[in-house]
Write a protein that binds this ligand. Structure first.
Ligand SMILES: [Cu+2]
Length: 278
């Protein structure tokens, strides 16, 4: 991507508590961003070559979206306001729904259950890095200043499908209009004009940035203190779980903060590189 003067964030935020605004002017160097998220196959090569042990493996558990579990008896119930998440012992990038599950039929899907620290280790291995939030947004907007989605401003509906998000009544019913319940292949759906696949939806993508809400409100202060303590990083793009009715986060300006050692069924990443001036 060509760098230059660009903007990150929005002056028309939807989820203000996330710190989507205000719009900020930034100056970017030229950079390269991969067109797809890191796949299971590629992550397996990294593990094979380096012996990397992910944090989910080290902790012995990860957060799984309950409806993905074949055996619903495994559902222990999540946190009260997000009961569709459950902690599964032994859930990892290669056994995403716990022991006995497999990624054999998902090798070209985004790797999941990877923490920010795991993503950083992979990035170092390939000689790249995680994109900054500004780079990610700049790439997603294809260099345009105002654009709600990588494909333009058209709002996805139950019938108009642009990416892998939830269709139907969350979390009870997914109409599968987009063809996927969980993750979709990293290269699926129409790429953006700039050539990127699945920046919106599919899996949340770790950025290199620390999470912070730019606001003087009391809520922001509390959120930022929490973010500092748990070393929260910014994730972008939303996931297959997003729906306008409850998690309208597949917009380019949307974001989420999550601690650097957290992982789940819908966290992944893509790699960026510095481009040397010619
Ligand atoms: Cu969401």
């Amino acid at each position: 991507m060509k760098g230059g003067e660009t903007f990150v964030g929005t002056n028309d935020p939807v989820i203000t508590g996330d710190g989507e605004g205000p719009e900020r002017k930034v100056l970017l160097q030229d950079f390269h961003l991969e067109v797809e998220t890191v796949t299971v196959r590629r992550f397996a090569e990294f593990v094979e070559a380096t012996g990397h042990i992910t944090e989910s493996e080290r902790f012995g558990m990860s957060a799984v979206f309950s409806p993905l579990l074949k055996d619903q008896a495994m559902v222990t119930g999540g946190v009260s306001n997000t009961p569709w998440w459950t902690r599964i012992d032994g859930a990892t990038w290669k056994e995403p729904e716990g022991p006995g599950s497999s990624v054999d039929d998902r090798l070209h899907h985004p790797v999941t259950h990877v923490s920010w620290n795991d993503a950083m280790a992979f990035a170092t291995w390939v000689g790249g890095r995680l994109p900054t939030e500004a780079e990610w947004e700049h790439a997603a907007r294809g260099g345009n200043r105002h654009r709600r989605y990588p494909w333009g401003d058209d709002e996805p509906t139950e019938d108009l499908v642009f990416c892998n998000i939830w269709q139907g009544q969350f979390p009870r019913h997914n109409t599968l209009k987009d063809g996927y319940f969980g993750t979709a292949p990293a290269r699926s759906f129409e790429p953006s004009e700039a050539g990127f696949y699945n920046l919106s939806g599919n899996v949340w993508e770790w950025s290199g940035d620390a999470f912070k809400v730019r606001s003087l409100s009391k809520a922001a202060k509390i959120r930022n203190e929490h973010a500092r303590k748990s070393a929260d990083k910014v994730l972008k793009g939303g996931s297959f779980l997003c729906h306008k009715s409850y998690c309208y986060r597949y917009r380019i300006a949307a974001r989420m903060g999550l601690s650097a050692d957290s992982a789940s069924s819908n966290t992944g990443f893509r790699i960026a590189y510095d481009v040397l001036p010619s």
